[in-house]
Each structure stands twice: as structure tokens, then as C-alpha cells.
Design a protein around this ligand. Structure first.
Ligand SMILES: [Zn+2]
Length: 338
């Protein structure tokens, strides 16, 4: 296990590579960290920020997590670690916001050796905003480190990708998540082992998501799982379209909830698609392999993949402010055409 960045669970290869780079002073100055929400992107950026500015740096543990600087970085109270986030009422991060952020990079550091700039949801940067970043990513001011965090690489310009070091966050299987919560605590209130297993499967390999689910979302999760299971069973070609239509119409219409639901469906579909190619593939949705195998057996891989594409398209539309009821109608119509 890597001795660096102990707050970040797993991701051993990344931790060891970046920890060594900090020790050898060869750390790149711009990163693209990708992974779904709750997969540890912010934690990794903060771990690096703390390691670079930790008052005890040079010691064996990077970072120490107890010095004043480390603590302030984690409390978002350290002036030389800045985060650019999308404003709540906007769908994108625009060029003006990026310009202001960029100007700040050229001011000298207030109290530390390294200034850290984190851009959250970088997939929301408009192309113009990304272009405004290009120059500074290419030649950042000295001792400036930039982190672009994204849940979708597709929306990042190739020119940005080629100028940043790419880090992909690890997804965890249920056993690893269970190990995490045994070590860190937080899952003691769910006594039933099977229920805990199902809940952790819903976290889709992400610790942050698992924490949310364990923190009170259990009932909602089981309801969402039932919905997902109903949707998948209705995909069998023998099922009348009216049944599938009813299932689609019963999906939530609140944007956040619909996003969670569609994501849950993509995870289930991914399991079935994987099983088509490898019966022993690790599963993220179905706790019982035989159940998943039976479902996969009843639907062709071509159909599964097409539906998977339709659902991911819908998720994309959902992030673009399309009305949820129009989106569900369109979803039903597209599946009907397959
Ligand atoms: Zn420290």
C-alpha cells in the first residue's frame, strides 16, 4: 500500500506515482482527473495540495493531515488553494469566470510555496472557457498547479487533454467498499449483510456515493433498485411495449432523481452487456450472478447496447436542461423503434 495520500482510499498506483513525483520535484503542473461524482477526485486534488504545502513536508508521510496548513486546506480555508465551481443557476462555466481565475494565477502566492487551482465539473466549461485555459495550462506561472476535475472526458477539448496529465479514479467492487467502511466506520447501522451488499452495489464503485447512500438514503435506494429491475425485465423482446412504456413513465420526473435512476439503469445494463462477453465478469448492479445471467440470456447484445446508448444519450440531454417529461417520452419512442 502506498504511504502517500492516506486519505484517499485505493488508487494505489496513482498515489505512489504522484507521491514519488512530489518527492522528486517532477510533478506536472496541470492534471485532468476523471471519475464519476463521489469517486475521490476532490480528495486527490486536496491531498496533492496539502502534500505540496504541508508544514512537515520532507517527512515520510505525505501529507501529515495534522499541521495547521493541512487542516485549513481540508476546511477550504487556505487562501492559496482555490476552487472554481459552476454557479448554481447556470448550466455552464463561462469564459469570464475562467479569465478571473486565470488572472489570479499570476498574482504571487499569499502564504505558501504552491498555489493550487481546482476546477470542478470541468465538463461544464464552455469551449471558449476551455480555450481561455489553454495558454495557462501550457505555461503556468511558476509553482501553480491546476486540476481539472471531470465526470466526463468527452466534453474536454483534445488540446486540453494533451497538455494535462490524465488521472482516472478507480472504481471499487463491493468487497473493497465493505472493507473501506469496516475500517473507516459508517455502515454499522445496516446489520443485514445482504442489504449492505445491495446498497454498496448501488454506489457504482464510488466511496462518496456509498457514504451518501449509507447516510440515510437506504429506502430510496431500494425503491430505485426495484425500478431499475422492472425496467430491465421489461426489455425482453417478448414483453409488450405497453409494459415497458408504463415502466418508463413511472421513472421520477425530478431532474436529480431521474439522473440517479438512469445512472442505475446504465450500471445494470453494463452488467448484462459484460456478461454477454464474459460469464465471470465482475458485476456492479446484480448481487446474484444467476439472476443477471438469466436476464442477459433473454436479450440480444445488440439490443442491450442500443438501449445503453439511448440511456446515456438521455443522461447527456438531462444535463442540458431538457424537460424531464419530454425526455422520458423521447426515451420510450426511441426504444420502441429498436
Ligand atoms: Zn501537514
Amino acid at each position: 500500500m502506498s504511504k502517500y495520500f492516506s486519505r484517499l482510499f485505493g488508487n494505489e498506483g496513482v498515489k505512489s506515482r504522484l507521491g514519488t513525483a512530489i518527492k522528486d520535484s517532477t510533478l506536472p503542473h496541470a492534471f485532468l482527473i476523471s471519475g464519476p461524482d463521489g469517486s475521490g477526485k476532490t480528495t486527490l486534488a486536496k491531498e496533492i495540495a496539502a502534500a505540496l504545502n504541508c508544514e512537515k513536508r520532507g517527512g515520510e508521510l505525505l501529507p501529515c493531515h495534522v499541521c495547521n496548513t493541512c487542516r485549513r486546506i481540508y476546511d477550504d480555508a487556505f487562501v492559496d488553494v482555490k476552487t472554481l465551481k459552476r454557479q448554481k443557476d447556470k448550466m455552464t462555466i463561462g469564459v469570464e469566470e475562467v479569465r478571473l481565475f486565470r488572472e489570479d494565477m499570476f498574482l504571487s502566492a499569499t502564504e505558501s510555496d504552491y498555489k493550487i487551482y481546482i476546477i470542478d465539473e470541468a465538463q461544464r466549461l464552455t469551449p471558449q472557457a476551455q480555450n481561455a485555459l489553454l495558454k495557462v495550462i501550457e505555461e503556468p506561472p511558476e509553482n501553480v498547479i491546476i486540476f481539472l476535475l471531470t465526470s466526463s472526458d468527452d466534453a474536454i477539448l483534445t488540446t486540453i487533454k494533451s497538455r494535462t496529465q490524465h488521472v482516472s479514479m478507480q472504481r471499487f467492487d463491493v468487497d473493497m467498499l465493505a472493507e473501506y467502511f469496516t475500517r473507516a466506520g459508517g455502515a454499522e447501522h445496516i446489520i443485514d449483510k445482504n442489504a449492505l451488499g445491495e446498497l454498496l452495489m448501488c454506489a457504482d464503485g464510488r466511496i462518496g456515493r456509498a457514504k451518501e447512500l449509507l447516510g440515510g438514503g437506504a429506502d430510496a435506494v431500494f425503491a430505485m433498485r426495484e425500478q431499475t429491475e422492472a425496467f430491465i425485465s421489461a426489455l425482453k423482446p417478448s414483453t409488450p411495449y405497453s409494459v415497458l412504456y408504463t415502466t418508463i413513465k413511472s421513472l421520477p420526473t425530478k431532474r436529480d432523481e431521474l439522473t440517479d435512476s438512469l445512472e442505475s439503469i446504465t450500471v445494470a445494463l453494463r452488467d448484462l452487456i459484460l456478461l454477454k462477453f464474459n460469464k465471470d465478469a465482475p458485476l456492479l448492479f446484480y448481487p446474484v450472478r444467476e439472476v443477471a445471467l438469466a436476464l442477459a440470456g433473454g436479450i440480444t447484445s445488440k439490443r442491450l447496447i442500443k438501449i445503453y446508448d439511448i440511456i446515456t444519450d438521455s443522461l447527456d440531454d438531462l444535463s442540458k436542461n431538457v424537460s424531464t417529461s419530454a425526455l422520458l417520452t423521447n426515451l420510450g419512442a426511441r426504444i420502441k423503434l429498436i
